[in-house]
Design a protein around this ligand. Structure first.
Ligand SMILES: *Cc1c(COP(=O)(O)O)cnc(C)c1O
Ligand code: SF4
Length: 333
Protein backbone atom coordinates (compact mmCIF):
# COMPACT_ATOMS: atom_id res chain seq x y z
CA UNK A 1 0.00 0.00 0.00
CA UNK A 2 1.17 3.57 -0.69
CA UNK A 3 2.29 5.56 2.32
CA UNK A 4 -0.09 8.29 3.47
CA UNK A 5 2.51 10.92 2.56
CA UNK A 6 2.76 9.59 -1.04
CA UNK A 7 -1.01 9.56 -1.23
CA UNK A 8 -1.30 13.17 0.00
CA UNK A 9 1.52 14.50 -2.14
CA UNK A 10 0.02 13.11 -5.34
CA UNK A 11 -3.57 13.98 -4.44
CA UNK A 12 -2.82 17.59 -3.48
CA UNK A 13 0.39 18.22 -5.49
CA UNK A 14 2.50 19.08 -2.44
CA UNK A 15 6.20 18.54 -1.77
CA UNK A 16 6.57 15.40 0.38
CA UNK A 17 10.13 16.20 1.56
CA UNK A 18 9.30 18.39 4.60
CA UNK A 19 6.69 15.86 5.71
CA UNK A 20 9.20 13.00 5.41
CA UNK A 21 11.67 14.93 7.58
CA UNK A 22 9.11 15.17 10.38
CA UNK A 23 8.09 11.53 9.87
CA UNK A 24 11.69 10.45 10.52
CA UNK A 25 11.34 11.79 14.08
CA UNK A 26 7.65 11.19 14.81
CA UNK A 27 6.06 8.30 12.91
CA UNK A 28 3.13 8.88 10.58
CA UNK A 29 0.13 6.66 10.30
CA UNK A 30 -3.25 7.54 8.82
CA UNK A 31 -5.95 4.91 8.31
CA UNK A 32 -7.62 4.90 4.87
CA UNK A 33 -10.92 5.86 6.53
CA UNK A 34 -9.41 8.92 8.23
CA UNK A 35 -7.44 9.85 5.10
CA UNK A 36 -10.69 9.84 3.12
CA UNK A 37 -12.11 12.55 5.42
CA UNK A 38 -9.49 15.10 4.31
CA UNK A 39 -11.02 17.61 1.92
CA UNK A 40 -8.10 20.01 1.48
CA UNK A 41 -4.66 20.76 2.92
CA UNK A 42 -4.86 22.44 6.32
CA UNK A 43 -8.44 21.42 7.09
CA UNK A 44 -9.34 20.13 10.58
CA UNK A 45 -8.72 16.49 9.66
CA UNK A 46 -5.44 17.27 7.89
CA UNK A 47 -4.12 19.25 10.85
CA UNK A 48 -4.74 16.33 13.19
CA UNK A 49 -2.93 13.66 11.19
CA UNK A 50 -0.47 15.16 8.67
CA UNK A 51 3.03 15.93 9.98
CA UNK A 52 3.95 19.59 10.36
CA UNK A 53 7.51 21.02 10.40
CA UNK A 54 6.59 22.95 13.56
CA UNK A 55 6.66 19.63 15.44
CA UNK A 56 10.46 19.72 15.19
CA UNK A 57 11.07 23.15 16.66
CA UNK A 58 9.15 22.77 19.86
CA UNK A 59 11.27 22.35 22.99
CA UNK A 60 8.62 21.36 25.54
CA UNK A 61 9.23 18.20 27.60
CA UNK A 62 8.41 14.73 26.21
CA UNK A 63 6.64 13.64 29.43
CA UNK A 64 5.51 16.75 31.35
CA UNK A 65 2.90 14.78 33.32
CA UNK A 66 5.65 12.63 34.82
CA UNK A 67 3.87 9.46 33.79
CA UNK A 68 7.11 7.47 33.79
CA UNK A 69 7.85 8.54 37.41
CA UNK A 70 4.31 7.64 38.53
CA UNK A 71 4.68 4.18 37.08
CA UNK A 72 5.10 1.49 39.78
CA UNK A 73 5.48 -1.22 37.13
CA UNK A 74 6.15 -0.63 33.42
CA UNK A 75 2.97 0.23 31.54
CA UNK A 76 0.92 1.24 34.59
CA UNK A 77 0.29 4.79 35.86
CA UNK A 78 -0.95 5.07 39.43
CA UNK A 79 -1.57 8.72 40.20
CA UNK A 80 -4.94 8.84 41.94
CA UNK A 81 -5.92 6.84 45.03
CA UNK A 82 -8.48 4.42 43.59
CA UNK A 83 -7.75 4.11 39.88
CA UNK A 84 -4.96 3.32 37.45
CA UNK A 85 -4.22 3.72 33.77
CA UNK A 86 -2.83 0.66 32.03
CA UNK A 87 -1.03 1.31 28.73
CA UNK A 88 -1.77 -1.95 26.93
CA UNK A 89 -0.70 -0.90 23.43
CA UNK A 90 1.55 1.64 21.72
CA UNK A 91 -0.30 1.33 18.48
CA UNK A 92 -3.08 3.41 16.91
CA UNK A 93 -4.89 3.56 13.58
CA UNK A 94 -3.85 7.20 13.22
CA UNK A 95 -0.89 8.76 14.99
CA UNK A 96 -2.45 12.06 16.03
CA UNK A 97 0.05 14.86 15.73
CA UNK A 98 -1.06 16.36 19.09
CA UNK A 99 -0.88 13.10 21.06
CA UNK A 100 0.06 13.50 24.75
CA UNK A 101 1.93 10.16 24.52
CA UNK A 102 3.78 11.13 21.37
CA UNK A 103 6.99 9.86 23.01
CA UNK A 104 5.69 6.28 22.91
CA UNK A 105 3.82 6.03 19.61
CA UNK A 106 5.00 3.19 17.44
CA UNK A 107 7.64 2.12 20.00
CA UNK A 108 7.63 -1.58 20.82
CA UNK A 109 6.20 -2.46 24.24
CA UNK A 110 8.33 -4.54 26.60
CA UNK A 111 7.77 -8.32 26.42
CA UNK A 112 3.95 -8.27 26.65
CA UNK A 113 3.29 -11.41 28.66
CA UNK A 114 5.75 -10.69 31.45
CA UNK A 115 4.77 -7.06 31.75
CA UNK A 116 1.08 -7.99 31.81
CA UNK A 117 1.68 -10.36 34.67
CA UNK A 118 3.54 -7.66 36.60
CA UNK A 119 0.69 -5.17 36.09
CA UNK A 120 -1.99 -7.69 37.07
CA UNK A 121 0.03 -8.67 40.15
CA UNK A 122 0.27 -5.02 41.20
CA UNK A 123 -3.47 -4.40 40.75
CA UNK A 124 -4.33 -7.62 42.59
CA UNK A 125 -2.12 -6.62 45.51
CA UNK A 126 -3.75 -3.17 45.91
CA UNK A 127 -7.35 -3.51 47.15
CA UNK A 128 -7.82 0.27 46.84
CA UNK A 129 -7.78 0.03 43.03
CA UNK A 130 -11.44 -0.14 42.01
CA UNK A 131 -11.23 1.40 38.52
CA UNK A 132 -8.86 0.31 35.74
CA UNK A 133 -8.55 2.41 32.59
CA UNK A 134 -7.13 0.66 29.54
CA UNK A 135 -5.29 3.13 27.37
CA UNK A 136 -2.20 3.31 25.18
CA UNK A 137 -1.92 3.89 22.26
CA UNK A 138 -5.23 2.31 21.57
CA UNK A 139 -6.38 -0.82 23.45
CA UNK A 140 -8.69 -1.83 20.60
CA UNK A 141 -5.63 -2.25 18.35
CA UNK A 142 -5.11 -5.54 20.23
CA UNK A 143 -6.73 -8.64 18.77
CA UNK A 144 -10.05 -9.77 20.19
CA UNK A 145 -8.26 -12.69 21.88
CA UNK A 146 -5.59 -10.49 23.52
CA UNK A 147 -8.18 -8.01 24.69
CA UNK A 148 -10.37 -10.72 26.14
CA UNK A 149 -7.40 -12.20 28.02
CA UNK A 150 -6.82 -8.82 29.67
CA UNK A 151 -10.50 -8.22 30.46
CA UNK A 152 -11.05 -11.64 31.95
CA UNK A 153 -7.87 -11.39 34.05
CA UNK A 154 -9.09 -8.02 35.42
CA UNK A 155 -12.52 -9.46 36.16
CA UNK A 156 -10.76 -12.17 38.15
CA UNK A 157 -9.66 -9.49 40.66
CA UNK A 158 -12.62 -8.98 43.01
CA UNK A 159 -11.86 -5.36 44.00
CA UNK A 160 -11.81 -4.11 40.37
CA UNK A 161 -15.31 -2.65 40.09
CA UNK A 162 -15.03 -0.66 36.88
CA UNK A 163 -13.21 -1.24 33.65
CA UNK A 164 -12.82 1.67 31.26
CA UNK A 165 -11.43 1.64 27.75
CA UNK A 166 -10.10 4.75 26.03
CA UNK A 167 -10.21 4.28 22.26
CA UNK A 168 -10.18 6.50 19.22
CA UNK A 169 -10.99 3.64 16.84
CA UNK A 170 -14.71 4.50 16.60
CA UNK A 171 -13.40 7.68 14.90
CA UNK A 172 -10.32 6.51 13.03
CA UNK A 173 -11.06 2.83 12.25
CA UNK A 174 -14.79 2.37 12.81
CA UNK A 175 -14.83 -1.02 11.08
CA UNK A 176 -12.84 -2.37 14.07
CA UNK A 177 -16.04 -2.12 16.14
CA UNK A 178 -17.55 -5.43 15.09
CA UNK A 179 -20.47 -7.36 16.56
CA UNK A 180 -17.90 -9.95 17.69
CA UNK A 181 -15.88 -7.32 19.59
CA UNK A 182 -19.04 -5.96 21.21
CA UNK A 183 -20.10 -9.47 22.26
CA UNK A 184 -16.76 -9.81 24.07
CA UNK A 185 -16.90 -6.39 25.72
CA UNK A 186 -20.41 -6.85 27.05
CA UNK A 187 -19.34 -9.92 29.05
CA UNK A 188 -17.21 -7.69 31.30
CA UNK A 189 -19.69 -5.09 32.51
CA UNK A 190 -19.62 -2.58 34.11
CA UNK A 191 -17.42 -1.52 31.21
CA UNK A 192 -17.32 2.09 30.02
CA UNK A 193 -15.75 3.37 26.84
CA UNK A 194 -14.43 6.88 26.28
CA UNK A 195 -13.83 7.72 22.68
CA UNK A 196 -12.16 10.76 21.16
CA UNK A 197 -13.93 12.93 18.60
CA UNK A 198 -12.45 16.39 18.00
CA UNK A 199 -14.46 17.76 15.09
CA UNK A 200 -17.99 17.37 13.66
CA UNK A 201 -16.50 16.12 10.35
CA UNK A 202 -15.35 13.01 12.23
CA UNK A 203 -18.94 12.00 12.97
CA UNK A 204 -19.39 9.98 9.79
CA UNK A 205 -22.09 7.35 9.17
CA UNK A 206 -19.43 4.69 9.85
CA UNK A 207 -18.43 6.27 13.18
CA UNK A 208 -22.09 6.63 14.15
CA UNK A 209 -22.64 2.95 13.36
CA UNK A 210 -19.63 1.95 15.50
CA UNK A 211 -21.00 3.94 18.44
CA UNK A 212 -24.46 2.42 17.93
CA UNK A 213 -23.02 -1.10 18.15
CA UNK A 214 -21.20 -0.22 21.38
CA UNK A 215 -24.20 1.54 22.92
CA UNK A 216 -26.46 -1.38 21.99
CA UNK A 217 -24.04 -3.64 23.89
CA UNK A 218 -24.92 -1.60 26.98
CA UNK A 219 -21.60 0.23 27.08
CA UNK A 220 -21.93 3.80 28.38
CA UNK A 221 -20.06 5.99 25.90
CA UNK A 222 -18.17 9.15 26.82
CA UNK A 223 -15.99 11.44 24.77
CA UNK A 224 -12.73 13.21 25.44
CA UNK A 225 -11.96 16.12 23.11
CA UNK A 226 -8.64 17.93 22.94
CA UNK A 227 -8.87 21.70 22.43
CA UNK A 228 -6.82 22.21 19.26
CA UNK A 229 -5.85 25.44 17.56
CA UNK A 230 -7.29 25.65 14.06
CA UNK A 231 -9.37 22.49 14.57
CA UNK A 232 -12.03 23.15 17.17
CA UNK A 233 -11.00 26.30 19.06
CA UNK A 234 -14.21 28.21 18.46
CA UNK A 235 -17.62 28.03 20.18
CA UNK A 236 -19.64 27.22 17.03
CA UNK A 237 -17.53 24.18 16.08
CA UNK A 238 -17.43 22.91 19.64
CA UNK A 239 -21.17 23.35 20.19
CA UNK A 240 -21.95 21.45 16.99
CA UNK A 241 -19.52 18.69 17.97
CA UNK A 242 -21.08 18.25 21.41
CA UNK A 243 -24.63 18.25 20.03
CA UNK A 244 -23.78 15.73 17.31
CA UNK A 245 -22.10 13.47 19.87
CA UNK A 246 -25.27 13.38 21.95
CA UNK A 247 -27.20 12.47 18.81
CA UNK A 248 -25.07 9.31 18.48
CA UNK A 249 -25.46 8.51 22.21
CA UNK A 250 -21.99 9.69 23.21
CA UNK A 251 -21.85 11.88 26.32
CA UNK A 252 -19.17 14.60 26.35
CA UNK A 253 -16.85 13.93 29.31
CA UNK A 254 -13.66 15.99 29.14
CA UNK A 255 -12.45 18.89 27.05
CA UNK A 256 -8.68 18.84 27.53
CA UNK A 257 -6.42 21.85 27.52
CA UNK A 258 -3.35 20.79 25.48
CA UNK A 259 -0.63 19.22 27.60
CA UNK A 260 2.81 20.82 27.28
CA UNK A 261 4.16 17.85 25.31
CA UNK A 262 7.19 18.20 23.05
CA UNK A 263 6.28 18.35 19.37
CA UNK A 264 2.71 19.56 19.90
CA UNK A 265 3.12 23.25 20.85
CA UNK A 266 1.59 24.56 17.62
CA UNK A 267 -1.81 23.19 18.74
CA UNK A 268 -1.91 25.15 21.99
CA UNK A 269 -4.67 27.67 22.64
CA UNK A 270 -5.03 30.05 25.56
CA UNK A 271 -6.98 28.93 28.61
CA UNK A 272 -9.25 31.96 28.01
CA UNK A 273 -10.25 30.32 24.72
CA UNK A 274 -11.36 27.14 26.53
CA UNK A 275 -13.19 29.06 29.24
CA UNK A 276 -14.95 31.10 26.54
CA UNK A 277 -16.12 27.90 24.86
CA UNK A 278 -17.48 26.61 28.16
CA UNK A 279 -19.36 29.88 28.65
CA UNK A 280 -20.85 29.50 25.16
CA UNK A 281 -22.10 25.98 25.95
CA UNK A 282 -23.52 26.44 29.45
CA UNK A 283 -27.20 27.37 29.35
CA UNK A 284 -27.18 27.89 25.59
CA UNK A 285 -27.58 24.21 24.80
CA UNK A 286 -28.38 20.92 26.60
CA UNK A 287 -26.60 20.52 29.91
CA UNK A 288 -25.59 17.06 28.68
CA UNK A 289 -23.53 18.76 25.96
CA UNK A 290 -21.19 20.30 28.57
CA UNK A 291 -17.94 18.44 29.20
CA UNK A 292 -15.58 19.31 32.04
CA UNK A 293 -12.84 21.58 30.71
CA UNK A 294 -9.69 20.30 32.41
CA UNK A 295 -6.02 21.10 32.65
CA UNK A 296 -3.88 18.08 33.46
CA UNK A 297 -1.23 19.85 35.50
CA UNK A 298 2.46 19.22 34.79
CA UNK A 299 4.27 17.02 37.27
CA UNK A 300 1.37 14.57 37.64
CA UNK A 301 -0.59 16.82 39.99
CA UNK A 302 -3.86 15.77 38.38
CA UNK A 303 -6.70 17.09 36.27
CA UNK A 304 -8.33 20.30 37.46
CA UNK A 305 -11.66 21.50 36.01
CA UNK A 306 -11.96 25.15 35.00
CA UNK A 307 -15.23 27.05 34.78
CA UNK A 308 -16.15 30.57 33.71
CA UNK A 309 -16.42 32.83 36.80
CA UNK A 310 -20.07 33.01 37.75
CA UNK A 311 -20.07 33.59 41.50
CA UNK A 312 -18.62 36.17 43.86
CA UNK A 313 -19.32 36.80 47.51
CA UNK A 314 -20.62 40.21 48.51
CA UNK A 315 -21.59 40.99 52.09
CA UNK A 316 -23.55 38.04 53.42
CA UNK A 317 -24.71 36.81 50.01
CA UNK A 318 -23.65 35.76 46.56
CA UNK A 319 -23.68 37.70 43.36
CA UNK A 320 -24.21 35.34 40.48
CA UNK A 321 -23.96 35.95 36.74
CA UNK A 322 -26.38 33.92 34.61
CA UNK A 323 -25.64 32.45 31.20
CA UNK A 324 -27.23 35.49 29.54
CA UNK A 325 -25.04 37.85 31.55
CA UNK A 326 -27.73 38.96 33.99
CA UNK A 327 -26.42 39.65 37.50
CA UNK A 328 -28.56 38.18 40.29
CA UNK A 329 -28.20 38.32 44.06
CA UNK A 330 -28.67 35.06 45.90
CA UNK A 331 -29.04 34.75 49.65
CA UNK A 332 -26.71 32.23 51.27
CA UNK A 333 -26.77 30.82 54.81
C1 LIG B 1 -7.13 11.01 33.58
C2 LIG B 1 -6.49 10.01 34.42
C3 LIG B 1 -7.25 9.12 35.20
C4 LIG B 1 -8.75 9.11 35.18
O1 LIG B 1 -9.29 10.27 35.70
P1 LIG B 1 -10.87 10.43 35.84
O2 LIG B 1 -11.00 11.86 36.24
O3 LIG B 1 -11.32 9.46 36.88
O4 LIG B 1 -11.48 10.13 34.52
C5 LIG B 1 -6.58 8.25 36.01
N1 LIG B 1 -5.24 8.22 36.07
C6 LIG B 1 -4.49 9.05 35.33
C7 LIG B 1 -3.01 8.96 35.43
C8 LIG B 1 -5.08 9.97 34.47
O5 LIG B 1 -4.33 10.78 33.72
S1 SF4 C 1 -5.46 7.76 19.07
FE1 SF4 C 1 -5.00 8.61 21.10
S2 SF4 C 1 -3.15 7.54 21.76
FE2 SF4 C 1 -3.33 7.24 19.55
S3 SF4 C 1 -2.16 8.90 18.62
FE3 SF4 C 1 -4.27 9.61 18.75
S4 SF4 C 1 -4.37 10.71 20.70
FE4 SF4 C 1 -2.51 9.44 20.77
Amino acid sequence: MRSPIDHLSSRFAIDPAPLETVAARYPVRISPHYLSLIQEPGDPIWLQCVPDPRELDDDQLPDPLDEERLSPVPGLIHRYPDRVVWLVSNDCAVFCRFCMRKRRLGQPLPEPRESREAVLGYIASRPEIRDVILSGGDPLMLSDAELEAILSALRGIPHVELIRIGSRLPVTLPQRITPHLCAILKKYHPLYLNTHFNHPLEITPQAAQACALLADAGIPLGNQTVLLKGVNDDPATMTLLMQRLLAIRVRPYYLHQMDLVQGTGHFRTSVACGVGIMAALRGHTSGLANPYYVIDLPGGKGKVPLLPETVRREGGGLVITTYTGEVVEFEDI
